[in-house]
Design a protein around this ligand. Structure first.
Ligand code: HPA
Length: 275
């Protein structure tokens, strides 16, 4: 394993065992912008600050708290990463991909990613939930450049099905139980931190992108390469640039996510026991 990751992973694993004993969660979840309060609705037990996991460091973006939670909705153990690190924060890939590596290290099979995204496709509106069918990586980089971070990751990982189709089906079934319409689409990831221009959004629409954002894809690439079952859900927080007349702001993004919190919490609460 890349030296950079092996010791921090081992230490994180040990700290988790010392704190929570022999837990056996089957699912870990990363909370996107404004989703941190999901924890409250999923029977939280206790948390460990990311600052104890050397490579994770401190989150620097508002709406991202920086705790790993053990939660037990309906008695089912899950891990929740309350807050994400982004490539644009400038700390490199290590803090971004650490949750995927830690999920694998702990023997957790299902990796669920959530985020807020701009809606490109015409039928996507603020408040809609969209499960990823696939992604377009326009971040201008790849988290697997350089030494592979883990021996289980091949040099050239297959990406024919990054997002597990059986997991996607279960997300739709959970949506039915929660009486929610879950849409599907391709997510296009950029590094950010600037939002897109209207011309870029027009071009991305022609390329087959349905929604756009600044995250999720790096974690999904690494988790898929590690053999985890990956699922990703966007809450459409705004119409993408040029589809709306107003200027885009992070505050509006987190506010829409906050309003959709009960919906996302219900969806995850229905989903988790089925995984
Ligand atoms: N663009 C990029 N990232 C985003 C957006 C957007 O419109 N909305 C939420 N995250």
């Amino acid at each position: 394993m890349a030296e950079k990751y092996s010791v921090p992973l081992l230490q994180a694993h040990q700290l988790i065992r010392e704190t929570w004993g022999e837990i056996k969660p089957r699912t870990s979840i990363i909370c996107g912008s404004g989703w941190g309060e999901i924890v409250d609705g999923l029977s939280p037990v206790s948390c460990i600050s990311y600052e104890h996991f050397g490579l994770m460091g401190k989150t620097t973006v508002s709406g991202h708290k920086g705790n790993l939670w053990l939660a037990k909705p309906q008695g089912v153990e899950i891990l929740i990463f309350q807050g994400r690190r982004h490539y644009y924060e400038g700390a490199g890939w290590a803090p971004v991909i650490f949750p995927a590596l830690l999920t694998h290290e702990l023997g957790v099979d299902n990796f669920l990613l959530t985020n807020a995204a701009g809606g490109i496709r015409e039928d996507l509106h603020p408040g809609d939930m969209m499960v990823f069918t696939d992604h377009l990586n326009f971040m201008g980089s790849n988290p697997l450049i350089g030494q592979v971070p883990h021996p289980a990751i091949p040099r050239f990982p297959d990406q024919s099905e990054v997002y597990d189709s059986a997991l996607r089906k279960k997300i739709h079934q959970a949506g039915n139980v929660a009486e929610q319409t879950i849409r599907e689409g391709n997510y296009l990831a950029l590094s950010g931190p600037a939002f897109e221009t209207p011309a870029e959004i027009k071009a991305f629409a022609r390329l087959g992108a349905d929604a756009v954002g600044m995250s999720t894809v790096p974690e999904a690439i690494v988790a898929n390469a590690l053999g985890l079952k990956v699922g990703a859900i966007s809450c459409i927080s705004n119409l993408a640039a040029g589809r709306c007349s107003n200027a885009l702001s992070h505050e509006d993004v987190t506010e829409t996510s906050r309003l959709a919190l009960p919906q996302m919490t219900q969806l995850l609460a229905s989903l988790v026991p089925t995984l």
